[in-house]
Design a protein around this ligand. Structure first.
Ligand code: COA
Ligand code: MG
Length: 327
């Protein structure tokens, strides 16, 4: 396959993905593609998204990388693999000798409509990937754009965050792919920046906040870091709540036991839903009597709270949670 050089094009602003009812994306479980046992196990886990991994969870020996890719290709041909909306593949990064083979073979599978791209440092890196996607799309066309999720794992990536989040393919979304989310890879980021991660997470607050807000600026999913303490579900819950408060829409998982906690946390709480329903009803009544602000349980409520309440109700509905009727 032809190897492309990296060039720049100008920025853009629109998004081409919407979240439909059955597309809530809270948990992203990594499954090492090197193991038939884990691939098989993935069929029994109800994670919103399963990330079949070819990168860090696979040994770096070339023979092992090839073996994992072949194993995954065979697996993706099975009839019982999750539907394409629930599948993502993490390729090896573009600086490795494995990337070209990964993208060429993996994109031939109709089950693959989302790519997680590790070690993306700039918009130029995305252009480089996109030229491969474009070339492959000539032979394997699709009706919807390929979702691209750059993994933010370096100081350079954080520096270039706006350009990465706002990147558009020079080939158009349908033939060159489009960014659908930003994902934070905390371990690689700490290795790159010399940040020392502690259980308090305070040293990652700036970066996590930046990523969540950049994602919001461009209408993207914001996917929080892996909680490496996979046996400590209380700690995971705390980290999930913290991530949700920062604006993240979902979180990566490395163990099936983490999935339920993530899915239960990245939805509005019963208390939030009740308050949202009261706000929407209260403001409807207020507007009918020409009022723009009301008092609710001792708090002033006005226009921005309607926006927040509407979002809470929308996410709750996507998650299948009933909204209480307020009279
Ligand atoms: N996907 C699918 N199944 C998994 C899994 C995963 N990520 N992690 C564990 N399981 C399975 C195990 O095979 C085991 O199945 P069994 O009950 O049928 O035997 C069950 O879940 C319980 O696993 P457990 O014994 O608690 O975990 P472990 O000690 O075997 O493995 C890890 C722990 C962390 C090594 C493993 O979870 C893993 O490899 N996770 C993914 C790591 C990764 O992808 N890293 C890169 C992204 S940051
Ligand atoms: Mg990594």
């Amino acid at each position: 396959m032809q190897r492309f050089s990296r060039t720049t094009v100008g920025p853009k602003s629109t998004r081409c993905f919407t979240t439909s009812k059955n597309e809530i994306r809270r948990s992203y479980l990594y499954v090492p593609s090197s193991s038939d046992k884990l691939l098989e196990k993935s069929l029994t886990v109800k994670s919103d998204i399963i990330i079949y991994d070819l990168e860090d969870s696979v040994s770096p020996a070339p023979a092992d990388k090839k073996d994992a890719r072949d194993r995954l290709r065979t697996f993706l041909k099975r009839k019982d693999v999750p539907q394409a909306e629930r599948v993502a593949i993490r390729l090896n990064d573009i600086s490795t000798p494995f990337f070209q083979q990964d993208i060429t073979h993996i994109l031939q599978s109709p089950s693959v409509r989302t790519l997680i791209l590790p070690k993306i440092h700039s918009a130029q890196d995305l252009h480089y990937v996109s030229r491969h996607i474009h070339q492959i799309s000539q032979k394997h066309p699709h009706e919807t754009p390929l979702r691209i999720v750059p993994s933010i794992e370096s100081a350079r990536a954080l520096w270039n965050l706006g350009a990465i989040a706002g990147w558009q393919s020079e080939h158009g979304a349908l033939q060159g792919g489009a960014v659908s989310g930003l994902l934070f890879a905390a371990e690689d980021y700490c290795a790159d920046t010399s940040i020392i991660r502690t259980r308090s997470r305070q040293e990652l607050l700036y970066t996590r906040s930046q990523i969540a807000i950049a994602a919001k600026a461009f209408g993207l999913e914001a996917i929080d870091m892996v909680c490496i303490h996979y046996k400590d579900l209380e700690y995971l819950k705390d980290e999930c709540e913290d991530g949700r408060r920062l604006g993240f829409s979902g979180k990566q998982a490395i163990h099936p036991a983490q999935v339920e906690t993530i899915q239960n946390t990245f939805v509005p709480t019963a208390e939030e839903i009740l308050r949202a329903a009261k706000i929407l009803r209260g403001m409807q009544v207020a507007h009918a009597s020409q009022k723009g602000a009301i008092g609710l349980d001792g708090e002033m409520i006005d226009a921005p709270m309607i926006k927040q309440a509407t979002k809470i109700v929308e996410i709750a509905k996507e998650a299948g949670i009933e909204i209480p009727q307020i009279n």
